[in-house]
Design a protein around this ligand. Structure first.
Ligand code: TXA
Ligand code: MG
Length: 330
């Protein structure tokens, strides 16, 4: 960890595991390192990056005027799969915030990530910018091997990938806009509306159709209005219509036909000739294996994969959100 932290401080990139997905880390105070993150990802500039810190004590380095409810959320859910969007402090330069007046901050819940962040802070680092370690628009990696597949050939010899095993959560953090009177979800994740309401006592704004049950929401499958960033001036790259997409075409809740891949809860049978890619036992496990199952479809050269999406209102909301994007415009 000391070596990797020094490497970050020297301006190199270190991909590392978090509980959600693997991140591609660079020194959040170093414009050149952040430039390299963009080029390795092939991500258009001006998309904001999340700053990862080792504890909520460090929030004040990056953010200002932190509202009471954001402190409550940080206390309740950090370390954890939650990113808070706050009014930026002086450390958060335009190259981190995409020119916005806000900054996304997160304390990940993973021993390796926390050890790396602590080691980095011990030698004077302030925070690690880390988007998911995939090429722009692709499926986020949840194993070190997936990171190698995604970006290995774009890394320099001085860059590193730390293998911390498979990610426990499997979908990206819940992003919560904390710049208004009450929290507002910009990207659903493992920290749910109910958890946020129970923690803060605030009603969470539900401006979009992501929070309805999949069956109720079946009529309005458009992915483009899923994230409540419209009209707020807030840009969330994960809100682009076609994101989180494998090469295989993703079909939702159809009966699979021979030759197609199939991802569904374990109690659903596999029709003859269909290639079963995953059989999760519950929604948490569904989230955990979804991205690796989609990768598996590509590795097997499948043209189409049918996903029977979960209908719950917990982490299933995040699963449906990502799947809607994976299918959109294709
Ligand atoms: O779980 C995660 O959040 C993972 C792990 C590595 O921590 N990271 C991640 O980063 O998903 P990325 O860059 O792939 O997605 C972060 C999203 C982007 O859509 C970005 O636009 C949004 O967070 N974001 C970052 N800062 C923001 C800000 N100040 N305001 C609004 N959205 C922001
Ligand atoms: Mg991403």
């Amino acid at each position: 960890m000391r070596e990797a932290a020094a490497n970050l401080l020297a301006g190199n990139l270190v991909a590392f595991p978090t509980e959600t997905v693997y991140g591609l880390g660079g020194d959040a105070c170093n414009a050149d390192a952040v430039d390299r993150i963009y080029s390795v990802k092939g991500r258009p500039a001006h998309h904001p990056l999340i700053v990862h810190i080792s504890s909520m004590q460090r929030m004040g380095d990056w953010a200002e005027e932190i509202p009471e409810y954001a402190i409550t959320l940080a206390r309740d859910f950090w370390p954890g799969p939650m990113t808070l969007v706050l009014k930026r402090g002086s450390l958060a330069k335009d190259f981190i915030t995409g020119g916005q007046k806000t900054v996304g901050v997160r304390v990940p819940d993973h021993v390796v990530a926390l050890a790396l962040l602590e080691a980095f802070e011990n030698i004077g680092g302030k925070g690690v910018a880390a988007p998911s370690a995939n090429r722009f628009g692709q499926v986020s990696p949840t194993t070190a091997a997936a990171v190698v597949d995604e970006i290995g050939k774009y890394l320099d010899s001085a860059d590193q990938i730390i293998d911390g095993g498979a990610c426990a959560v499997g979908v990206e953090s819940t992003i919560i806009d904390c710049t208004g009177d009450a929290p507002r979800i910009l990207r659903p994740g493992a920290i749910t509306v109910a958890m946020i309401q129970a923690s803060t006592g605030n009603i969470v704004a539900k401006e979009s159709n992501i929070f309805v049950n999949a069956q109720e929401g079946a009529e309005s499958t458009s992915a483009s209005n899923l994230i409540s960033s419209a009209g707020t001036g807030i840009r969330v790259s994960g809100s682009l219509e076609n994101h989180y997409a494998p090469a295989a075409k993703v079909l939702l809740c159809e009966t699979p036909t021979p030759g197609q891949g199939f991802i569904a809860h374990v109690n659903m049978e596999t029709p003859a000739g269909v290639i079963r890619l995953a059989s999760p036992h519950n929604d948490e496990e569904f989230a955990q294996i979804l991205y690796s199952a989609l990768r598996q479809a590509d590795a097997q050269g499948l043209k189409e994969v049918v996903v029977m999406q979960p209908i719950g209102i917990g982490i299933a909301v995040a699963i449906r959100d990502r799947l809607a994007r994976a299918t959109n415009g294709r």
